[in-house]
Design a protein around this ligand. Structure first.
Ligand SMILES: NC(=O)c1ccc[n+]([C@@H]2O[C@H](COP(=O)([O-])OP(=O)(O)OC[C@H]3O[C@@H](n4cnc5c(N)ncnc54)[C@H](O)[C@@H]3O)[C@@H](O)[C@H]2O)c1
Length: 316
């Protein structure tokens, strides 16, 4: 794709722009906030440095080349002029997205593909009818330059050729597209993660296990198998009759839907809101959040490198 426009330069937008640029695309990006526009090149350069340190960036890139590949624009119109693909990554607010799509309809080339990075909103009713054939969801995960999955999701009127082209584009970036049949809030990975969260809230609120014990169970019990087997190949190894019997015994009931968790409320009330506040479920020992993010990214990249060497089970 010759030129790609990214609208919204926040947490996701700058990361998506970096992935597209390193994949050889010309990128323009805009944001309504001047502060965010100024931060985009800095954040991209820092992410590039992390990738380079891990040997995970293509050769020959530096901040100057990045600045040429990703043009930061103050206005929407020059951002989308002549763009073949426009990726919306603005705030998760239906009215803001509706207003943006209406404006994009007015100013984008007639054949431009309009993609949304929304996590949970059904954006298709927010997109003008005349654009439906070339509209889709392309949903990245954070940070997009490390996590490879991209959900590619058609709306009710999306031309299958557009889905195919966007799947190929994601493959060309060295990432992993999954094409869903239809929109469903949270797609696959976030829905599974939400089911895990619901169970974790129950275990914590009922005092069954501590945060450390829960994360020990996740790290040492669940996660080692997942990179090689996923979930369903693991079931094949367990044996499906056992899975069938476990279902029939009905000895496990998933937690009922809830809108709050007492342990979570208590932490937030104390200002323990996570890494940025220095404490959340864990105490992060007064360490600089930027350093914590770098440590996370270094470890994720090392794991990803090892996974690429090991590979998943053949045939799955
Ligand atoms: N944060 C995540 O982990 C994650 C993951 C996948 C998808 N998403 C989705 O990506 C989208 C963006 O999320 P984020 O986490 O990057 O949010 P963010 O708040 O970090 O960034 C959104 C940016 O959009 C800008 N913006 C708002 N309205 C605008 C407009 N009309 N034109 C241009 N810029 C505008 C804001 O100034 C802000 O900088 C949301 O739809 C979100 O659901 C987020």
């Amino acid at each position: 794709m010759a030129e790609i426009a990214v609208i919204g330069g926040g947490l996701m937008g700058h990361g998506i722009a970096l992935v597209l640029a390193l994949g050889g695309h010309g990128v323009r990006i805009t944001d309504t906030q001047a502060r965010t526009r100024a931060a985009v090149p800095v954040l991209m350069a820092s992410a590039l440095a992390t990738l380079q340190e891990a040997g995970a960036a293509p050769e020959g890139w530096d901040a100057a080349r990045l600045a040429q590949a990703v043009r930061v624009e103050a206005e929407l119109e020059p951002t989308v002029a002549g763009a073949g693909l426009v990726i919306e990554a603005i705030t998760e607010n239906p009215e803001a997205k509706r207003a943006l799509f209406s404006e994009l309809d007015r100013i984008c080339p007639a054949d431009a593909i309009l993609a949304s990075n929304t996590s949970y909103l059904d954006v298709f009713p927010l997109i003008p009818d005349s654009r439906q054939a070339r509209a889709l969801v392309m949903h990245w995960y954070t940070p997009p330059y490390i996590i490879d999955l991209v959900d590619v999701v058609p709306g009710p009127g999306t031309d299958p050729a557009v889905i195919e082209a966007m799947r190929d584009l994601v493959l060309g970036l060295g990432q992993v597209p999954i094409v869903l049949k239809r929109f469903i809030p949270g797609y696959v990975a976030n829905r599974i993660q939400s089911a895990i969260s619901a169970e974790v809230f129950r275990l914590l609120d009922e005092g069954v296990a501590s945060p450390r014990e829960i994360d020990d169970a996740v790290i040492h019990g669940l996660s080692l198998r997942i990179p090689i087997l996923g979930h369903l190949a693991k079931a094949d190894f367990t044996g499906l009759e056992l899975t069938q019997r476990a279902l029939a015994n009905a000895s496990y009931a998933p937690p009922p839907a809830r809108s709050r968790s007492e342990t979570l409320e208590a932490l937030c009330a104390e200002g323990r809101t996570g890494v940025m506040a220095g404490r959340g479920y864990f105490d992060w020992g007064g360490r600089d959040p930027a350093e914590l993010f770098r440590e996370r990214d270094r470890k994720l990249l090392a794991l990803k490198h090892a996974m690429a060497g090991i590979g998943r089970m053949e045939g799955t």
